[in-house]
Ligand binder design. Structure first.
Ligand SMILES: Cc1cc2nc3c(=O)[nH]c(=O)nc-3n(C[C@H](O)[C@H](O)[C@H](O)COP(=O)(O)OP(=O)(O)OC[C@H]3O[C@@H](n4cnc5c(N)ncnc54)[C@H](O)[C@@H]3O)c2cc1C
Length: 288
């Protein structure tokens, strides 16, 4: 349980961090909260020779509103997002999701950027990011690029971030109109990670029908995914019990569902349907 030897760098600016990654393209790894990377290093699943700690870089930890968007610095901790009264008002899915991550210690150290960049198939943030149509801002020696959440998660522990890129910021359009959101999760009792987690972000029109909807599911497959079949069955319709139940039956369409000792493929498929139904109903009931 002791990691292999490594060097430790503490850049104080983003440019220094980018330069360090450029100097060590094959052996450096970014360290954020360390709550996924350090356990992986202790198990020797990761053996970076250099850790580039982002912890001393100023201005990577913030929650701002700018240009109609919520902008979140990559080093913002789960707890900061959980504790934000402003987010509870304008985008409650974020604090609701944050509050369900691990335990207090994990939420105090773990960061949203680290979680998204890690792309654990059972992590909570990826589902919220997809449901909210988040944009990821990545920086490197080549400049900055913006990646849509739908294009960011490639596979288990794999994102579309390229070597040398640092996830700097997450952007989410401030929800408007009659919007409702929910994040519901079945936690694995030993780890706290999602056996199934469902994020929903919807808006209703004046007549009470669904105008727009984002539904994303984590814990079920090799990566968090958009449940397009569910969205298509809900969009444009009144959110009555039958419509929601029929839509939720599409929650694992086209997905290869994971099975393990705790939750078989059949059980996970069932949980995904039940929790999708509940999350949509909950979001709809919150849309004012
Ligand atoms: C006991 C325990 C329970 C947990 N329970 C849950 C849970 O219920 N739900 C959940 O979602 N998570 C859970 N986690 C994981 C936790 O949320 C981690 O904090 C998170 O996955 C990683 O964030 P971090 O800041 O710790 O990243 P780190 O561990 O420091 O880094 C993770 C990976 O991302 C890369 N990285 C980090 N930051 C950046 C960046 N800005 N740009 C590019 N790459 C970057 C690193 O190089 C590394 O590969 C749990 C962890 C533990 C230890």
């Amino acid at each position: 349980m002791i990691p292999a030897q490594f060097d430790y760098e503490t850049p104080s600016t983003l440019s220094e961090a980018i330069a360090l990654l450029g100097q060590h393209p094959d052996d450096a790894k970014i360290l954020a909260g360390g709550h996924s990377l350090i356990p992986a290093m202790k198990l020797r699943l990761a053996t970076p020779q250099i850790l580039v700690d982002l912890g001393r870089i100023k201005d990577l930890s913030y929650i701002r509103e700018e240009g109609g968007q919520i902008r979140i610095g990559a080093m913002t901790t789960h707890y900061q997002l959980e504790a934000s009264d402003r987010l509870r008002e304008i985008c409650p899915l974020l604090p609701e999701c944050a509050a369900q991550i691990g335990d207090v210690q994990v939420r105090n150290k773990g960061t949203i950027g680290g979680s998204l960049a890690h792309s654990d198939p059972a992590a909570d943030w990826p589902a919220a990011a997809i449901a909210l149509n988040a944009e990821m801002v990545a920086v490197s020696a080549n400049g900055e690029r913006v990646i849509r959440a739908d294009d960011f998660f490639v596979d288990m522990l794999t994102t579309s971030l390229e070597a040398g890129e640092i996830l700097r910021e997450i952007r989410i359009n401030v929800p408007s109109g009659r919007f409702g959101q929910a994040y519901l999760k079945v936690p694995q009792p030993a780890s706290g990670f999602a056996v199934v987690g469902v994020a929903v972000n919807l808006t209703l029109n004046g007549g009470g029908s669904c105008e727009s909807i984002g539904v994303a599911i984590t814990g079920v497959a090799s990566k968090a995914y958009r449940a397009s079949g569910v969205e298509n069955a809900i969009r444009g319709n009144a959110l009555d019990e039958q419509t929601i139940a029929a839509a939720a039956s599409h929650s694992t369409d086209g997905v290869s569902v994971n099975g393990d000792l705790y939750a078989s493929e059949t059980y996970r498929t069932h949980l995904a349907e039940v929790y999708t139904r509940r999350a949509i109903a909950s979001a709809a009931s919150r849309a004012k």
